[in-house]
Write a protein that binds this ligand. Structure first.
Ligand code: NAD
Ligand code: DAU
Length: 367
């Protein structure tokens, strides 16, 4: 049976990739993307699906409870997939308030709206789903020899971002246990791929290389993250929504741990390779070291560490693998190449989503 989805944060990195994935796989389902279009949300991310008759977009903050209720009611939504969040750890250290407002109060506002329309008004007491998209950061940090995070690993968030996500996970759980809202939660590791906002490590490194800017490595660069191609995250959420138990949580990851410094060195090498014998790229990015057969690696610059920096994240995906038959399809080797190729082919996208000062800087390079 076809579904009617409300996707919050649909104009962000993972939300948009999820919508592209879902509309291709389930063309008869209807999707309403809801997004406040903060600095991280861009309508351009939805261009590939914008003309689809089964797609629509609502400019709305998740804190606007009545507007969300109206959408759930009038559009007869049966599946709410909640991506909307403040997502960047560095920003949460500089200014935690927005994180608490959106990630905690915003999630609560959505839960209240869903409870009111689906349960209290009796519109869809049984066959609804509130799927909450969360992160592995709620489990805190691992020592080198620790086993990876499982669903029953105790929560120990360390940054204002992860603390706000942990709080939202608890609220979602409580709405199931207390009110019977049909929820599920997925906790995923670091994503990478197209439409990733260039403040995050991988797209930052790719775009900085192009303009001969330093590649900032926090601390000693030996922190470990477990990287997953964004479409494989979408595939995991798809399985949780279709096959996951109501009230349950699933960790999604691809067993792909990398130290930051190694990933940055790999990207440098792959970028140098892309420029080799490619006169179009050399003309387009004349400042790049790679355009002059020099090593991008020389741009690596060690900087002050992120306060409270978590040392290692790693997901144990056994539950999703065995219960949902989840398997990522992209290897890191193929995923990182696809990502670099996407950034090289979509300069207009990343130049336009960056902030004013960066845009001015880029303009100066070209005019
Ligand atoms: P993102 O920052 O790229 O996108 C967030 C989106 O939410 C943006 O489009 C933004 O405009 C929107 N938004 C923010 N505040 C809003 C509000 N108050 N009302 C409505 N919309 C609002 O983030 P992302 O990387 O795509 O992450 C999406 C979700 O996945 C988040 O919940 C994040 O915690 C989770 N997650 C991310 C990763 C990762 O590696 N990026 C990994 C695991 C989980
Ligand atoms: O683990 C999932 C999380 O992954 C998500 O919940 C977050 O929303 C997402 O932003 C991401 O958080 P990280 O802090 O791991 O991602 P980020 O890209 O900011 O940083 C990755 C690693 O690289 C981290 O150890 C910090 C380091 N880093 C980051 C930047 C931006 C640097 O060394 N230099 C940098 O300039």
């Amino acid at each position: 049976m076809s579904k009617i989805l409300l996707v919050t944060g649909g104009a962000g990195f993972i939300g948009a990739n999820f919508i592209h994935y879902w509309m291709k796989k389930y063309p008869n389902d209807r999707i309403i993307a809801l997004d406040a279009l903060t600095y991280a949300g861009n309508y351009a991310n939805l261009e590939p699906v914008a003309k689809n008759d089964n797609f629509s977009f609502v400019h709305c903050n998740i804190l606007e409870q009545e507007k969300v209720e109206q959408i759930l009611r009038e559009e007869k939504v049966d599946t709410l997939v909640h991506f909307a969040a403040e997502s960047h750890v560095d920003r949460s250290i500089l200014g935690p308030d927005a994180f608490l407002e959106t990630n905690i109060m915003g999630t609560h506002s959505l839960l209240k709206a869903a409870k009111k329309v689906w349960l209290d008004e009796g519109l869809l007491p049984e066959n609804h789903r509130f799927h909450h998209v969360s992160t592995d950061e709620v489990y805190g940090t691992l020592e080198p020899e620790d086993p990876p995070f499982r669903e029953d690993t105790p929560y120990a968030p360390n940054s204002p971002y992860s603390a706000s996500k942990a709080a939202s996970d608890h609220l979602v759980r409580s709405y199931h246990h207390t009110y019977g809202l049909q929820v599920s939660t997925s906790n995923c590791s670091n994503n990478y791929g197209p439409y990733h906002f260039p403040e995050k490590l991988i797209p930052l490194v790719i775009t900085n290389i192009l303009f001969d800017k330093p590649l900032p490595i926090y601390g000693d660069g030996q922190q470990i993250r477990d990287w997953l191609y964004v479409e494989d995250h979408a595939r995991g959420i798809d399985l949780v929504i279709h096959k996951g138990e109501v009230g349950d949580t699933y960790n999604i990851g691809g067993i792909n741990e990398w130290a930051n410094i190694d990933i940055v060195k790999l990207i440098c090498a792959l970028m140098d390779e892309q420029f080799k014998d490619n006169s179009e790229l050399k003309d387009r990015f004349p400042e790049a070291k790679s355009a002059h057969a020099q090593a991008s690696e020389s741009l690596i610059t060690y900087v002050k560490d992120r306060p409270g920096h978590d040392r290692r994240y790693a997901i144990d995906p056994n539950k999703a693998n065995s219960v949902l038959n989840y398997q990522p399809q992209e290897s890191f080797e193929t995923g990182i190449r696809l990502t670099i190729e996407w950034y090289l082919a979509n300069q207009q996208w990343w130049a336009s989503v960056m902030d004013g000062s960066y845009k001015e800087w880029v303009d100066k390079q070209y005019n």
